[in-house]
Write a protein that binds this ligand. Structure first.
Ligand SMILES: Nc1nc2c(ncn2[C@@H]2O[C@H](COP(=O)(O)OP(=O)(O)O)[C@@H](O)[C@H]2O)c(=O)[nH]1
Ligand SMILES: [Mg+2]
Ligand SMILES: [Zn+2]
Length: 291
């Protein structure tokens, strides 16, 4: 039977099946390379249980990685809602990594500056001007008052909510999906996670055409899986200059004739963004040498 993975916790998945039942499913062997949003075939064992057999080809796949492992976050999403807020302060490096991962996966990012009611948000907005100048859409929100400004952006999309904890993701989700708290509790108890926190990824239907996937808050968003070339291409303002360096395998660090560092010197690329790229690429290189 066909179904849609609507919750993922380790190697346990809740699958919304074609017959309307939501089944608690395991995988064969030690497979865990499935994600929320995956369209799967399951072997039905009962009205409540099944085994995931197969997965349909994905339109997109968002994941994060570190040196050791990759973590699948969501499949078939069309949009990443990156939530930031002035309090607690957010980490621009995490924003850069999330944007890079989205670019690499072919997912359109939307930056949401939440807690726009706080006076500190003006400074955040000034910081984010760099990103809006690059062409990233940005939306100001006061989630505790209303999320109506966000709704039109969600129509017809499968969106994934990401952001560091404390930014207001749960507030946004609960305003969009009033039954989310109850559903989260349900998933927690059926998957035996014990806690009612967002320790798992969960897909919610907003309407027949629109879904939203909630992910646990991230402190870091590893982009090792992009590789050096993927990373440079995922810094979207680098793109006009890629392929113009003297060396074809230029890593845009200290190579002579580098078009990226030249573009930076000419004022076309922001200093902090170039440094963020260089720090990440050096980290990737260090790891590549180790293995
Ligand atoms: N002032 C203000 N506080 C907010 C807003 N949105 C959320 N918060 C508060 O920020 C805190 C963290 O929100 P939460 O949704 O749990 O963040 P999460 O960790 O990203 O899920 C809570 O105390 C919320 O009430 C907002 O728009 N303005
Ligand atoms: Mg939360
Ligand atoms: Zn270069």
């Amino acid at each position: 039977m066909q179904g849609l993975i609507v919750a993922a916790f380790g190697r346990r998945f809740l699958v919304e099946c074609a017959d309307g039942a939501v089944r608690d499913c395991v995988t064969r062997g030690k497979r865990n390379d499935f994600a929320c949003g995956d369209r799967v075939d399951i072997l039905v064992q009962s009205n409540a249980e099944g085994v995931i057999e197969d997965c349909a080809p994905r339109d997109t796949l968002l994941y994060r990685s570190d040196h050791w492992k990759q973590k699948l976050l969501a499949a078939n999403v069309t949009q990443m809602i990156m939530v930031v807020a002035p309090v607690p302060s957010f980490d621009l490096d995490v924003l850069d990594c999330c944007l890079a991962a989205a670019e690499h996966a072919g997912i359109r990012p939307l930056i949401v500056l939440n807690k726009a009611d706080l006076p500190e948000s003006a400074r955040c907005e000034a910081t984010l001007a760099l990103y809006t100048a690059m062409g990233y859409p940005m939306l100001k929100l006061v989630a505790t008052q209303s999320v109506d400004a966000l709704r039109p952006h969600l129509a017809g999309q499968c969106s994934v909510l990401v952001g560091e904890s404390g930014m207001g993701k749960s507030t946004i989700l609960n305003a969009l999906v009033p039954q989310a708290v109850a559903l989260t509790r349900e998933v927690s108890s059926s998957l035996g996670t014990g806690k009612h926190t967002t320790s798992h990824t969960r897909l919610y239907h907003l309407d027949a055409q629109s879904d939203i996937i909630d992910t646990p808050g991230v402190q870091a968003f590893g982009v090792h899986h992009l590789g050096i070339d993927g990373l440079a291409a995922a810094f979207m303002e680098f793109r006009p200059w890629l392929g113009q360096c003297r060396f074809r395998n230029c890593r845009h660090l200290e190579e002579p004739g580098c078009a990226i560092t030249a573009a930076h010197e000419a004022g076309h690329i922001n200093t902090r963004r170039l440094k963020a790229y260089q720090d990440l690429s050096q980290e990737i290189l260090r790891q590549q040498k180790k293995f």
